[in-house]
Write a protein that binds this ligand. Sequence first.
Ligand code: NAD
Length: 455
Amino acid sequence: MESQKKVIERLRTAFRSNVTVPLHFRLAQLEALLSLLEDNEAQILEALHKDLNKPKFEAVVSDIELVANELRYTICNLEAWLKPTYVSKTLPTKLDDCFVRREPLGVVLIIGAWNYPLQLILAPLVGAIAAGNCALLKPSEISQATEQLLSELIPKYLSQECYAVICGGAEETKSLLQNRFDHIFYTGSQAVARSILQAAAVHLTPVTLELGGKCPCLVYGHLDLKAAANRLVWAKFFNVGQSCVAPDYVLCTAEMRDKLIPLFVEALEAFYGPRINESADYGRIVTDRQWNRLMELLEKSQGKVVIGGEGVKEDKYIAPTVIVDVTESDALMQEEIFGPILPILTVESLEEGIRFINEREKPLALYVFSDQAQVVNTVLEQTSSGGFCSNDGIVHMTLPEMPFGGVGASGMGSYHGRWSFETFSHRRACMLRGWGLERLSVLRYPPYQESNLGW
Ligand code: NAD
């Protein structure tokens, strides 16, 4: 197998040759990536099923189509994005050409997580290619079938000189990180993000960190409770709760909680039938380790399970679980749940709910469910989060025109659509000057005259 150093050197040589710069090269690679998705849909679905038991619908919308949409959108807009942005000028620069040019950064490293193993590698890759970079991809070793498939397909469809996949886990990634990259795009946990930042600091490499955290869902005031229960259950249990933007916990009044629980039961039955473990539309926990972590969290919790609670280890199954009487010191509130367990915490007022959210790290997504625009706007104005969505969950991240990323501990930087292109571009400030108006320049040369300060 080619050593990591050799692979990086190959990409660097290709980047230096400027092969990635012309628009036609970038478009051809983006088209090839689209063909990769179209030609291999069955294999991709099989890999995602092996890794996470992903239902076909979930795999298509969240892994394959999300990337395909990014590709189509980028292919349509790239020529316009590459045009320089001309800026307004001052009197002394009136005769100059002043513009911002988007230039590639160089060789970038993209490290992915296991929960959307295809999307989290290929969606950033769209931006990296569009911006004219060479890219090294490091998918998660935990979603092994998708990792293997990516390592087979990428060299078949994309330029092998410019793009490569390296497989492996923590040790391989640590060794990779000793090399100099021009950007590191990392999706994963906050704990590992710290070591990514430390490794990047050695080479002063800029990073994008797409992290997780606990995304709150505040349900308050008047609203269509049945629709709210359907949407919340869908957003929470999509991919078995293993989504960075899944609602992590619900905040509502005790009265609201009592109305919501029977509607959650109805929604679950309508979605997955009476025997959820037999439903083809409900996935599985990715590994035994994650299964143990989630079941331990449930055991440690002081709350009362009102829906679900059961797990079958051999099947990596955990039932959709709702748990009440959870307090802020509960085990479930100490870490991102990242699984099908939904605690409900009660608050007495909207203000208390907002205070609860603001006392914690800024989340990746914040959800508020209410008919009342005033409630939605108050939460929007008085909190901070990577993204915000009222009366639904997850769907805000499907629009390529919206930046997707965290704030504070939920991440730094953003991507999707044009934002990905910007993330992987250097904005070079360019001034093209001629020799005109040299007489005016005299005003700024020594010996300085205070009377020329207003120049
Ligand atoms: P992880 O941090 O364990 O792993 C992510 C990647 O880092 C993998 O490719 C892995 O091989 C590598 N890695 C693991 N340990 C490492 C180490 N010590 N040094 C260097 N690299 C290492 O994360 P995960 O368990 O795969 O993903 C779950 C987390 O990712 C959750 O917190 C979730 O919220 C977050 N996430 C965020 C987004 C987002 O877009 N913001 C999307 C998906 C997941």
